[in-house]
Design a protein around this ligand. Structure first.
Ligand code: SF4
Length: 402
């Protein structure tokens, strides 16, 4: 196993304080890091109506903006043909943009999984993935969007291509929302499910994640129960998320049944003891009524033995009844020391959990032939390590390469 790399405790604490003011209601937009203009995408109809009034227009012009963004999917203010030229010029003059980025590259696997790279205004690349699933029994089809919440990731989990690529900055709400629009345009199909499981740790950018979640639900009509927010565990943020009482699933990436092993796989776990994490998950279930999904990546010879499954079952017993285990046989990435477990080992792990009455599923590997592991495609196109960028005070946390 490669030497794990660690996140400094103090910057992590500062980053957590920064998320402490997170709120589900979309605030008045401000110009923000990574963008030179303020973005219309992500705003609600009342906010757009207020903006129209602020720029000397009738309120209904705001409704027109709403339709242009979410129904017509106009990509530039210059294309807003339904509103007067003077209003378009006022928007541009006040520093607004539609908030859409061009597709830089897209790659499709044989199973239809499509990974899209978007090129942001500051030339950063982010990944987003569309995963189509046909439900033959119901005669319907689902399209899941796996969205990124940060450019890179500061947490550096040892098996993760995104973590290996470093961290640049948090995404703004519109940069999360536009990923779903890009997937819908690529597939010419409505996105039915959203998982915040792409690049980055969503809980370290909770304010933008909650604003994007609101927009998906209210503007794009994606049900809250169709969305999953994933985390590797960031102290205090699960409580914060629970207080919003969303009807979305919380997915917690455990990857190990005990603190010692977990710290070798997820270095940031040092700042969040497993007992405290499990207590927070239990409380999330009690507060929201939504069961927690525990994600467990099976790494051959590391955490995939029967004794690990037994220990995991014991650990979950402390968490009450509201949970489900999702096993993910490791999807190898270039340069990784980890290997994918054999199918019979995975089955033995499942059997050991089921024998202890744990509900468990094994995630089907999608798009194995399309650089599917999170961060892999981006790393191919963005060769400059993100860590070379000097983080500004608002891009915390600072990283310490091992
Ligand atoms: S697994 Fe998630 S939290 Fe860990 S480094 Fe990768 S993107 Fe970040």
């Amino acid at each position: 196993m490669a030497a794990p790399q660690h996140v400094r405790a103090a910057p992590l604490a500062r980053a957590l304080r920064a998320t402490a003011t997170a709120t589900a209601s979309a605030p008045v937009p401000i110009k923000s890091q990574g963008t030179s203009r303020r973005a219309l995408l992500g705003l609600s109809e009342p906010q757009l109506r207020q903006l129209a009034l602020d720029l000397g227009q009738e309120s209904y012009r705001g409704k027109q903006l709403h339709d242009l963004l979410y129904k017509s999917r106009a990509k530039q203010i210059q294309d807003f043909n339904h509103v007067p030229k003077a209003f378009r010029e006022a928007l541009l003059g006040a520093g607004w943009s539609a908030g859409r980025s061009p597709v830089h590259h897209a790659i499709t696997a044989s199973d239809g999984t499509t990974k899209i790279l978007l090129k942001l205004e500051d030339n950063r690349l982010i990944e987003t993935v569309g995963i189509p699933v046909d439900d033959d029994n119901k005669g319907s089809s689902r399209l899941t969007a796996c969205v990124s919440s940060q450019v890179g990731c500061p947490l550096r989990c040892s098996f993760c291509a995104t973590g290996k690529g470093g961290f640049a900055r948090n995404l703004q709400p519109h940069e999360i929302v536009e990923q779903v629009l890009a997937i819908e345009e690529t597939f010419k199909h409505r996105v039915t499910n959203v998982v915040f499981m792409g690049m980055g740790e969503p809980m370290m950018n909770l304010k933008s994640v909650l604003e994007a979640h609101r927009c998906f639900n209210k503007e794009l009509k994606i049900g809250q129960r169709m969305m999953t927010i994933s985390t590797v565990g960031v102290p205090n943020t699960i409580k914060m998320l629970a207080s919003h009482k969303l009807q979305s699933t919380l997915a917690v990436s455990l990857h190990a049944p005990n603190q010692k092993l977990r710290e070798t796989i997820v270095p940031s776990a040092k700042s969040y003891p497993l007992g405290a994490l499990m207590d927070d998950c239990k409380n999330y279930f009690l507060e929201t009524g939504r069961r927690v999904s525990f994600e467990y990546t099976l790494l051959a010879g590391i955490n995939d033995e029967k004794q690990h499954a037994e220990e995991l079952a014991e650990l979950l017993r402390t968490c009450g009844g509201g949970y489900h285990v999702n096993l993910i046989p490791y999807n190898p990435i270039e340069g990784s020391e980890y290997k994918r477990p054999y199918r019979k080992v995975v089955q033995a792990f499942v059997d050991a959990l089921e024998a202890r009455k744990i509900t468990v599923s094994v995630r089907q590997t999608r798009g194995l032939d399309a650089n599917a592991a999170c961060g892999q495609l981006r790393n191919e196109f963005q060769k400059n390590p993100l860590l070379e960028i000097e983080p500004s005070p608002s891009t915390e946390p600072t990283l310490v390469p091992a």
